[in-house]
Design a protein around this ligand. Structure first.
Ligand code: MF3
Ligand code: CO
Length: 253
């Protein structure tokens, strides 16, 4: 069942999204050689709680940290650890914040020191995939239009899209209907309606589309150990388009 949110619910999700955007603002400058991913998680948890939010990933099906910190060939769900970031790494930080029971979910891929041209291009194209998807986000279009926009832009640039992880509805829960895959056929799937809230999250792989989960039960890596990038925002479908809930009105993140 796809729920339609009231303006009160959307305002609470926006507040959660605002806390999330602030968290990215604090974390981005910390993504430098020598910082541990565990430190990033601890800082994020403090920023979120100080703002009156809850880091919802912590304890989610037993997940042990406040953020997912996925470095280089880690596709999603990298567990923060004593690993020290090093020059040339890329790190995808995926965070879910709730505020008064309402969720916002977003991810950014940051660079550490000086990264390769190839890595920069992967990160840029991944973000572009999100905005290609936004072009079709309006009432009457379908989830498959979003999926197709992401897949087309990624593959046109020589990349592949994951089949193993999808975007999703969200609100009172982190994951609600509908599922929003990163691949699909235009004109198919659920119809987008005003008040629907979804997380759109291109997860783009430099090499082949296959990933596998490590023995820790969480960390998903690319099978070919090439890079992965991830760009995600929570959005609401509006009367004539969409609004992003997890970005400051102005500013980078
Ligand atoms: N934030 C992820 C998503 O985009 C979910 C993280 S799973 C968790 O759906 F266990 F880490 F919380
Ligand atoms: Co998500």
């Amino acid at each position: 069942m796809i729920s339609i949110k009231s303006s009160r619910e959307i305002a609470l999700m926006k507040k959660a999204g605002d806390i999330l955007a602030t968290t990215f603002d604090v974390l981005e400058p910390l993504c430098i050689p020598g910082t541990t991913t565990k430190h990033l998680s601890e800082v994020a948890e403090k920023v979120i709680r100080d703002a009156g939010g809850i880091p919802e990933e912590k304890g989610y099906y037993g997940y042990p940290a406040a953020i997912c910190a996925s470095v280089n060939d880690v596709v999603v769900h990298g567990i923060p650890s004593s690993y020290k970031l090093k020059d040339g790494d890329i790190i995808s930080i995926d965070i879910v914040v709730s505020y008064q029971g309402y969720m916002a979910d977003a991810c950014r891929t940051f660079t550490v020191g000086k990264v390769s041209q190839e890595a920069m291009r992967l990160i840029e194209v991944t973000k572009e995939c999100f905005y290609k998807a936004m072009e079709v986000c309006k009432p009457g279009n379908r989830v498959g239009d979003i999926s197709h926009a992401i897949q087309t832009h990624a593959e046109k640039n020589g990349y592949s899209v994951t089949r193993d992880f999808t975007g999703h509805g969200l609100g009172r829960s982190m994951h609600e209907d509908p599922s929003v895959p990163n691949f699909g056929i235009p004109g198919t799937g659920p119809i987008l309606r005003e008040g629907m809230t979804i997380a759109v999250e291109p997860i783009i792989l430099q090499g082949k589309k296959e990933s596998r989960v490590l023995k820790d039960g969480w960390t998903a890596v690319t099978c070919d150990h090439k890079l992965a990038a991830h760009y995600e925002n929570s959005i609401v479908i509006t009367k004539d388009g969409y609004e992003i809930l997890t970005k400051h009105e102005e500013g980078e993140n």
